[in-house]
Design a protein around this ligand. Structure first.
Ligand SMILES: [Ca+2]
Length: 263
């Protein structure tokens, strides 16, 4: 099971409840993690074994029922994402979030651009996925995030938001090659030496695959299908064998930040 915190504020619990919580503090995501994957930017995934026991935090309690996931640290079932999120602050001195204000209200000049760019999610590019994963919620998150990125990193928020939908499609079995040289490109060629053609970007692959650290391609714990900003999966072709870069690493130059709990 996977709990995802995408673009820093869109959370899907282990039981499948989705909500938005823009917090500025440190929060408890889950009180135990089998593996944590982080894209070094705005997205965190916590992976649990399917038969793992009940947990608590922003990722919900993992009892198979999405309806009770807004249980506060004080063990109250609430309906407000803000009340729920605030209860899981790690430091009580950090101020509570007061209200989820739509960022397009604050930056109306960005709204048109955001809606235009995010329309890719509801458009032709992703049409094979629309039946499997309803796009509306992802579109709205995309508009919200694209409005919220006020300077620098403009495209990063947008690309992360589209990548979140591509990721959901991937997990539903629909792989969409949506990146182009104009839209959120992955510059693999940067890593190829002069005259070399070794590294390639691939949007789709199986959940378990051969890597330099896992040459047999045998996985004990399931890894989600990965795409895009989150993974930058690059394939290295060496003779008859295919090796992939480690998940979330860029060409193995940096290791995936996986933390194993000590208990
Ligand atoms: Ca639950």
């Amino acid at each position: 099971a996977t709990c995802a915190v995408e673009e820093g504020s869109h959370i899907t619990t282990f039981d499948g409840k989705t909500y938005t919580f823009h917090g500025g503090c440190f929060y408890t995501l889950s009180d135990i993690g089998v593996a944590v994957m982080w894209d070094r930017k705005t997205t965190v995934r916590v992976l649990l074994e399917p038969k793992h026991g009940v947990i608590c935090g922003l990722c919900g309690d993992f009892d198979g029922d999405a309806r009770n996931d807004f249980t506060t640290q004080g063990n109250l079932l609430v309906s407000s994402a803000i009340e729920f999120g605030n209860s899981w602050k790690v430091h009580s001195s950090c101020p509570d979030v007061e209200e989820n204000i739509h960022p397009c209200t604050v930056a109306p000049n960005r709204e048109h651009w955001a809606k235009l760019m995010c329309s890719i999610i509801k458009g032709e590019t992703f049409k094979d996925c629309h039946q499997k994963v309803p796009p509306q919620e992802y579109y709205e998150n995309c508009v919200r995030d694209s409005c919220a990125c006020d300077s620098g990193g403009d495209c990063e928020c947008y690309c992360s938001a589209v990548a979140a939908y591509a990721q959901a499609c991937n997990e539903a079995g629909v792989c969409v090659a949506w990146r182009t040289p104009e839209i959120c490109p992955v510059f693999c060629d940067y890593y190829n030496g002069p005259g070399e053609c070794i590294w390639h970007y691939s949007p789709c692959h199986t959940p378990c695959y051969k890597t330099c650290l896992n040459p047999e391609g045998i996985c004990s714990s399931p890894l989600p299908n990965l795409e895009g900003n989150e993974s930058r999966i690059l394939i290295r072709l060496t003779g008859t064998q295919t090796f992939y870069s480690e998940p979330n690493s860029i060409l193995g130059l940096s290791q995936i930040p996986i933390f194993h709990p000590s208990h």
